[in-house]
Design a protein around this ligand. Structure first.
Ligand SMILES: [Zn+2]
Ligand SMILES: [Zn+2]
Length: 339
């Protein structure tokens, strides 16, 4: 079968890769669509813990093609999505229900062959059935939505809260919809790209600010009086991570959701955290939120209709990655079996 293989930093190839026989608890999936995301960009640049050679792709859905001998819960032809994060189940963290913090956590498309291929072998416990009328293209959004849902849980937004979202790329826009669903009264989105600001506007942001032509700190103070109750960083840059601490009110919460590159730092004044009595939380991947992500997408709580999606075949992977990296689309989607 044909697959996109991360060979080593800055080297990817589209090539034939043999499929091994299924283990009893595995399922062979014919991949329908697979999203490209910032993590893939980091992997290809060699900025991740991924160990090559590996087939990329961790945001995907497909159709059951073949079942391992011990699998009885799925049938051939069934539409399914894949939670790529596999924990060990027996360590300290797993036994406390903190499966995403498992030191042996491995991910399909990062450490194990993933979904940017015609077919993918998946352990059955990672599979989720999709309703038959599940929106087209939404399959590639389930994994990122499941991560954003964990972020919403961690941010502990209360009905009526004011919320600042830094960045309105794919993640920021999903966050915006879920923050609104969580009952925020005032949502302020800060985003330098005009196209993304416009989408944030249509998705129900109350105020959308361009940080390149306005003093966002003054603007947020004017809009809220005291600073935001919750600030969510969805960019993954140290400059915005630092600003987030100023935009939050005394007693407010700052969440780091965007992925800053490993080793990047900024100076933090502990007295500011002390005096403002800030709560700073991180949010990492998607423990037990996959089912809710499917519901959020199929019920329309999150709509992807207004997301400009660009579709590519396997051979166009470099172009798909470039579109994602340069912000030419909100989401690049690979369709490995398109005719
Ligand atoms: Zn991703
Ligand atoms: Zn574990």
């Amino acid at each position: 079968m044909k697959a996109i293989v991360y060979e080593r930093p800055d080297v990817i190839s589209v090539r034939e890769r043999a499929l091994r026989p299924l283990q009893p608890n595995e399922v062979l999936i014919k991949v329908s669509s697979c999203g490209v995301c910032g993590t893939d960009v980091h992997i290809v640049k060699g900025e991740s813990r991924s160990t090559p050679p590996v087939v990329l792709g961790h945001e995907y859905c497909g159709v059951v093609e073949e079942l391992g001998s011990a699998v009885s819960t799925f049938v051939r032809g069934q539409l399914v999505a894949v939670d790529p994060n596999i924990s060990c189940g027996i360590c300290y963290f797993c036994r406390r229900g903190e499966v995403h913090l498992c030191p042996k956590l491995q991910a399909l498309g990062v450490d194990i062959d993933g979904g940017m291929a015609e077919y993918c072998i998946v352990p059955v416990q990672q599979l989720f059935p999709l309703p038959e009328n599940f929106p087209k293209d939404a399959g590639a959004f389930i994994e990122p939505v499941s991560c954003v849902l964990h972020g919403i849980d961690r941010a502990m937004i209360k009905t009526g809260d004011s919320v600042v979202i830094l960045g309105s790329g794919t993640i920021g826009l999903m966050m915006l919809q879920l923050v609104r669903a969580a009952g925020a009264s005032k949502i302020i989105v800060i985003e330098p790209t005009e196209k993304k600001r416009k989408i944030a506007d249509t998705f129900g942001a109350n105020v959308v600010l361009d940080p390149t032509d306005s003093d966002v700190l003054t603007a947020v103070m004017d809009l809220t009086g005291v600073g935001a109750d919750v600030v969510i960083e969805c960019v993954g840059r140290t400059a915005t991570a630092q600003n987030a601490l100023d935009l939050a009110r005394r007693g407010g919460t700052v969440e780091y959701f965007g992925v800053c590159p490993v080793g990047h730092t900024f100076p933090l004044e502990p007295n500011k955290v002390f005096y403002k009595e800030l709560t700073i939380v991180g949010s990492f991947v998607n423990p037990f939120t996959f089912e809710r992500a499917i519901t959020a997408l199929s019920s329309g709580i999150i709509s992807i209709d207004a997301f400009p999606v660009t579709r590519f075949g396997l051979d166009d992977f470099r172009e798909a990655l470039r579109y994602q990296e340069e912000g030419l689309t909100i989401k690049s989607i690979i369709e490995p079996n398109r005719s």
